[in-house]
Design a protein around this ligand. Structure first.
Ligand code: FAD
Length: 439
């Protein structure tokens, strides 16, 4: 039985979170609006505001809700997390204030699963405490959607691994305390066994940030963004810097990417709902040709379509969360890919309509809509492009289907009609009964 219900005690926590994010956290979005601001642990003014807020979140038992108790989180499960993340998705800063900011969430999971005790003490605890940030360094300049194209190498020399090559879009590297790097350790192995994962301290000699690339929504100049174009110049790390075994790079990456994708989708529900609320307010407030916009049929269609799409998406995300909570690891793979694909489309369509209904004002920096709209393409690319996830969905779904046995499809009507006639021959051939039958 599908069950997305939550008990009143947790609803009370959600109510607290909603009021808290609106009153205390959303102001941070206005005071510190740049892409990297939540990750810049050296910004003392921002930290002086954030630290006490994080304390309040902990006191409510809402800190790092993606984590189980073994890692210091409450372990509420994904359905509850989905409801909370909807609230956090309304604000850029909220994930940082609630200890659920990507990519640190996924990196923490990797360290927890594959790190040594020393690595956990040095990096995992401060990461979970929100005192440091980290980077996931996988994509390469010549290819991101297909990791089989990666060429950044790592080889063993005596008691060290040596990493050499380039990485592209390693988000937050300029603020990171450590990087998790995927590199080819065995070029001749089968495609999914060629790579391994390493944890690399940021101060290790040989790491060069060639450029800090900015996306259009980050309001940064060309080379002052947060996505590092990196060069690893024969960077040396000890043998235990490898996370998992040699050739386990794909396995380790998958351990983090599924969670990251569904958490983005949960937050996107909240952002979409906020854009939708703005659309409705505008429709009721703005008048043209004698009536509010809300009375124009075209505007009503905008609102109806947006509401349908938002509700469908929300149910998809909740259903995915419920599958993760109730079924074995990996059972939600197709659902997660569905969330990933749907997220970019629904956000695009709803934000576009909301922006459009605000007219010229919608296109400006005086409302958040244009900024959100510029971030939509990121969601269709980060953690893998839409096309790749569609392929995953189709492949999984097709496993439940078989080719037709003969020349014609199994739904071909002539043989089915023939079979139907045979099945009920005793009735349709009974001349004592009246009635017309498909001849
Ligand atoms: C905001 C943001 C943050 C990111 N952060 C990180 C990070 O922290 N660490 C990291 O390692 N990477 C990060 N990335 C990179 C991200 O993972 C890649 O952008 C993504 O994997 C796609 O790779 P690419 O950009 O090289 O695009 P490409 O691989 O060049 O793909 C370009 C386009 O080709 C098409 N295409 C590709 N493959 C297929 C296919 N199989 N079938 C049909 N069409 C296809 C799609 O239209 C796709 O959009 C980030 C990206 C963004 C936008």
């Amino acid at each position: 039985m599908l069950d997305f219900s939550i008990e009143p005690e947790f609803q009370a926590k959600l109510d607290w979170a909603a009021a808290f994010v609106r009153a205390e956290v959303e102001p941070l979005d206005l005071l510190f609006p740049h892409g990297g601001d939540p990750y810049d642990t050296r910004n003392e003014k921002a930290r002086a505001i954030v630290k006490p807020l994080q304390k309040q979140v902990r006191a409510q038992g809402l800190w790092a809700c993606h984590l189980g108790p073994e890692l210091g989180g409450p372990g509420y499960g994904q359905v509850k997390l989905a409801y909370l993340n909807e609230i956090l998705g309304r604000s850029y800063w909220a994930p940082t204030v609630f200890g659920t900011a990507a990519p640190d969430t996924g990196n923490a999971e990797i360290l927890a699963m594959f790190g040594t005790e020393e690595q956990k003490a040095r990096y995992l605890q401060p990461l979970l405490d929100g005192d440091i940030v980290s980077t996931f360094s996988m994509t390469e300049p010549q290819g991101g959607a297909d990791p089989k194209e990666f060429v950044c190498r790592a080889w063993r020399e005596a008691d060290e691994w040596v990493i050499d090559g380039e990485k592209w879009f390693s988000s937050n590297a300029r603020y990171a305390e450590f990087l998790i790097v995927m590199a080819v350790t065995d070029p001749d192995a089968p495609p999914h066994r060629r790579m391994s994962m390493f944890v690399v301290p940021a101060e290790t000699p040989g790491i060069e940030i060639k450029r800090n690339v900015g996306t259009m929504d980050e309001r940064e100049s060309l080379d002052e963004g947060i996505h590092a174009y990196l060069r690893y110049h024969q960077v040396r790390v000890p043998l235990d810097a490898m996370l998992g075994g040699p050739g386990d790079g794909f396995k380790v990456a998958q351990a983090r990417l599924g969670g990251g994708r569904v958490h983005h989708a949960m937050r996107s529900v909240g952002k979409c709902a906020r854009a939708f609320d703005m659309m409705c307010e505008r429709a009721l407030s703005r008048r043209t040709q004698g009536t509010p916009l809300a009375e124009k049929q075209a505007v009503q269609q905008f609102i109806a379509d947006s509401w349908i799409e938002l509700q469908q998406f929300r149910l998809l995300v909740l259903n995915t969360a419920w599958i993760i909570d109730t079924q074995p690891h990996g059972a939600a793979r197709t659902q997660i890919a569905m969330c990933k694909v749907a997220m970019a489309k629904v956000l695009h369509d709803v934000i576009q309509r909301a922006l459009h209904l605000h007219g010229s004002l919608g296109t400006t920096g005086e409302l958040p809509l244009a900024h959100w709209w510029m971030a939509v393409p990121n969601l269709a690319l980060a953690d893998g492009p839409t096309e790749v996830h569609r392929t995953t969905i189709a492949k999984q779904v097709l496993k439940n289907h078989r080719p037709a046995e003969g020349l014609f499809p199994s739904e071909h009507i002539p043989p089915r009609l023939e079979a139907a006639r045979k099945r009920y021959a005793h009735i349709i051939n009974d001349s004592a009964l009246s009635g017309r039958v498909n001849a």
